[in-house]
Design a protein around this ligand. Sequence first.
Ligand SMILES: Nc1ncnc2c1ncn2[C@@H]1O[C@H](COP(=O)(O)OP(=O)(O)OP(=O)(O)O)[C@@H](O)[C@H]1O
Ligand SMILES: [Mg+2]
Length: 325
Amino acid sequence: MSAALSVEGLVKTYPGTRKTPAVEAVRGVSFEVAPGEFFGLLGPNGAGKSTTLGCITTLVRPTAGRVAVDGIDVVRRPREAKRRIAVVPQTRNLDRDVTVREVLTFHAAYFGLPRAERESRADRLLAEMQLTEKAAAKPLSLSGGLQQRLLIARALMHDPKVLLLDEPTIGLDPQARRMLWETLRRLHEGGLTLIMTTHYMEEADRLCQRLAIIDHGKILQLDTPAALKKALPGGRILDLWVRSAAPVGPRLEALPGVLRLEKVTTEGRDDSFERLRLFVDPKDGLLDRVLQAVQAGEADLQHVSLTQPSLEDVYIHLTGKELRE
Ligand SMILES: Nc1ncnc2c1ncn2[C@@H]1O[C@H](COP(=O)(O)OP(=O)(O)OP(=O)(O)O)[C@@H](O)[C@H]1O
Ligand SMILES: [Mg+2]
């Protein structure tokens, strides 16, 4: 059985102009998504997530590499590829002059579905996305969460095999975000292949079966959320914010139970505390030893926390920076 999606050595360089240099947005990305899988692309602003999706949906022409959907090359056979994919774009592109229902039926007409099928699919998807009551409303009168569900319904009108969602929960309040998660879970359970980009770690962790962490146009790591977290040394993370005349890092690094020390940088931070992250194996008296070392270094301690690693920590470990929202 062929992969639902296969991306091989994808490169996209946006050409420069006289005033702006060329941008290497995607620099050799490869991954495969199995039929029925829920796959995530996780990365900060400008990482190349939307460009990668653009290459998959034929909106962006790759500079090099190959993308195939269900075995169909998207550059060579774009029409056939497009029938099999659907996209919920990062910027909501809803028409203001039509009704919610027409958003669905017009999309289906564009894909050549016969009238009876357009109407019956619209009914079904309106019900499935809990939009039946809003059928006659104008799309832009809906809340952000409902607009997003409408975009998903629209995307599904031509019965695609793969649904791509570009930052689907951005700008939604926590409740609407949770509802959307439920919707996506339901679609996944129904057998649809889903590919989502996000920069919300928690969302990626909860929803995606596997994910690729991407930064500067490259995949840094690709695995299940559990495996990504498990690959961090030590099993626990001890964060310390310290300020001292002489660096305390070397003292801490030498302690038994401390497997690794990393400095975390946060852009735009203006305090003078150094943020140290220790990957630790927290057994017998580790915390005491750490605090003693800090005291011995005459360091000023502002914050201490011992936590289970999250995907955010994996990201920090890979890039040395925090993923800011
Ligand atoms: N049409 C374009 N022309 C030139 N440069 C572009 C174009 N689209 C994107 N870029 C640049 O390519 C890089 C990757 O952008 P892309 O939109 O793929 O990132 P992203 O991961 O989706 O980011 P975000 O989280 O902000 O949506 C960025 O540096 C961006 O400025
Ligand atoms: Mg984007």
